[in-house]
Design a protein around this ligand. Sequence first.
Ligand code: PLZ
Length: 447
Amino acid sequence: MNTGPHIPQERRLVTAIPGPKSQEIIKRRSEAVSASLGMAIPVVVTQAGGGVIVDIDGNSIIDMGAGIAVVSVGNSADRVVKNVIEQVQAFTHTCFMIAPYLGYIEVCEALNRLTPGTHKKKSVLLNSGAEAVENAVKIARAYTKRQAVIVFEHGYHGRTNLTMGMTAKNMPYKEGFGPFAGEIYRMPMAYPFRWTGERTKVTEQALDIVTHKIEKEIGAKNVAAIVIEPIQGEGGFIVPPKGFLPGLANFAKANGIVFVADEVQTGFGRTGNMFAIEDENVDADLVVTAKGIAGGFPLAGVTGRAEMLDSVHASGLGGTFGGNPVACAAALGAIATIEEENLVARANQIGKIMTDAMNAMAKKYSIIGEVRGRGAMQAFELVKPGTDEPNAEAVGAIIKFCQQNGVLILSAGTYGNVIRLLPPLVIPENLLNEALGIIDQAFASIS
Ligand code: PLZ
């Protein structure tokens, strides 16, 4: 695979993590930058590509997070860089609402082509996942002339006011930031590992509760949209059991509700399909995309039924930067990379390698309650041995061991007890195996 800056694809530690130069700059960070921002690994990045991140002290760290599922095509992927340079030299901004350009239209054409369903589709481009989710809600409300929005336990949709209200987890996303927008209703999630009913009937029971609550507590005819992540990301890589998403989509269809798939984290090949809803052939009315769309540039989209996108009054949607020409050029490079390098198939190969290794670890270490995910989006849910009590402390210890050994992994989950693996889809296989070996050692070190 010929993607990214051609830096050595190796795990290389030349100092402790963080090294002295990183430590110095992190001090400046704490002086200059709001203390409210998190930091998963305290190193200062100078270069990244393929499957590694290189820091200012010269350490080369295996990247098992891809900037939260963003650089699926790798950092500074060749086609992204080439397109961006050409665009940046031509023009950097006109505002698409002032004077249009081809790149925006081509990204919309690509989104309309790549999202599932043969119906006539249109798109709008925005800057971030949260902004795109908000626009999906605006479109659904304008189209249905209804107000209520259905979301789910463990769901994550962003940090703006509307999307904070849609996001499930209070700490750290919502605490102290209310009041939140009205007409948002949270439903139980079909979460097999923590389902309190009959484990063999999660789909039926969950659908029953959700549809009953919508009908009795809200009124289906008042619901504009059902918004769900096909696999919940921040919430802990929760994969709904077969039938749950089609059941929701059918209920939406039967009741004139817009079914919105938030594919911000799952989209663009991550799960081994171009979009995660393809797994059960769910036709979403609207698909929300961001993250993996543009190889690291800020871009997001809402794609869906033409009659829905066109139901909003003229100039009803927009924004100064949405669909910035440089971000669009990057997206066209990223999408070409995904298609030409067969990265969707690659996500499945990566998934097989990861799940084989992870399932072997689950046999050895009793704190692994479950291994789950799809394609190159896999997670461990950690528990106190012999129980299903969440074990967030173990997540912290494993992340720390991995960092000290040159592997970057991320946490997730409502209870903070999930380790998620979402490497760039261009990660060399030997590095992937090496990272999995370090993760195994991390479990061994605390067992
Ligand atoms: N929908 C499904 O995963 C972003 C959040 C990181 P933005 N997830 C990473 C953090 O702590 O802020 C996300 C997502 C899903 C929407 C979003 C929001 O996307 O681009 O961060 O606004």
